[in-house]
Design a binder for this molecule. Structure first.
Ligand SMILES: Nc1ncnc2c1ncn2[C@@H]1O[C@H](COP(=O)(O)OP(=O)(O)OP(=O)(O)O)[C@@H](O)[C@H]1O
Length: 249
């Protein structure tokens, strides 16, 4: 049974067809890249996968649960790293991760143990008792990565995983994501960074105008992903459009 299955998903906002007949499947063990230009429908699809957006039509199953029927159960079982998410400014990483652990039904000593492991892995141990408001954007992103994985979910949905991280931490996070997916979990990574997709994803779906227009296995394909991307998406080079510079939202 697929970890994520989407069939014929459609969602419009007024006259804008944000998602228009999306079909995709992600199996356990896969690090699936959802690659598309600005406005292609990536975030709307992720929001539908987590039950935050109600589709107009189509079916979705995440770990065999329908997020439109049971969004709370879906959110309990998956990890979510939203693109613009940031931890509450008035809490410290320790307090926030303890809070997330409680919501996820984890024992306090398990949360404390995992908090320390994540703080060591991503290098924010010295900031565990500092209010988020006094942390840099990259340090906050590390805390957000920790909260997405703290309950060791079978499926993790990530919007732009490496935004705001320095190159060393990017490398650590890439390695972690690869190992985590290989351990019979499914990771769904939405990005418009073609280098990230090519470097870490076992399979890449190219999304344009609200639907999947091509799928590639970077390791097995001769054609560079950039070529395929341009073939389907036009002549905008996604390397020219870093997330923080986008103006269209
Ligand atoms: N709440 C909303 N109300 C109206 N239109 C919306 C809303 N959310 C998204 N859209 C529109 O739907 C389309 C798809 O948006 P979406 O955010 O899903 O794209 P995306 O692929 O995530 O883009 P980006 O890479 O820029 O984040 C866009 O045209 C966008 O303007």
């Amino acid at each position: 049974m697929a970890a994520i299955r989407v069939d014929g998903l459609c969602k419009s906002y007024g006259a804008v067809r944000a998602v228009d007949g999306m079909d995709l499947t992600v199996d356990r063990g896969e690090l699936f890249g959802f690659l598309g230009p600005n406005g292609a429908g990536k975030t709307t699809t992720i929001r539908a996968l987590t039950g935050q957006v109600r589709p107009d039509s189509g079916t979705i199953r995440v770990l065999e649960t329908d997020p439109t029927v049971d969004p709370l159960e879906t959110r309990r079982r998956v990890g979510i790293l939203p693109e613009r998410g940031s931890p509450p400014s008035f809490l410290t990483p320790s307090e926030y991760l303890a809070f997330v652990g409680r919501i996820r039904d984890l024992e306090p000593d398990v949360v404390a143990d995992r908090t320390e492991r994540w703080a060591d892995r991503l290098g924010f141990r010295s900031k565990l008792e500092t209010l988020h408001t006094d942390l840099s954007r990259g340090q906050q992103q590390k805390v957000m990565i920790a909260q997405a994985f703290i309950h060791e979910p079978d499926v993790v949905l990530i919007d732009e995983p490496l935004a705001n991280l320095d190159p060393l931490v990017q490398e650590q996070v890439k390695r972690f994501l690869l190992a985590y997916a290989a351990d019979d979990n499914a990771i769904f990574v939405s990005t418009h960074n073609i280098d990230v997709a090519e470097a870490i994803c076992s399979r890449v779906g190219i999304v344009a105008d609200g639907r999947l227009v091509a799928e590639r296995v970077p390791e097995a394909d001769d054609e560079p992903l950039l070529e395929t991307f341009l073939e389907y998406v036009g002549d905008a080079d996604p390397r020219d459009v870093p997330a923080r510079d986008r103006l269209d939202q």
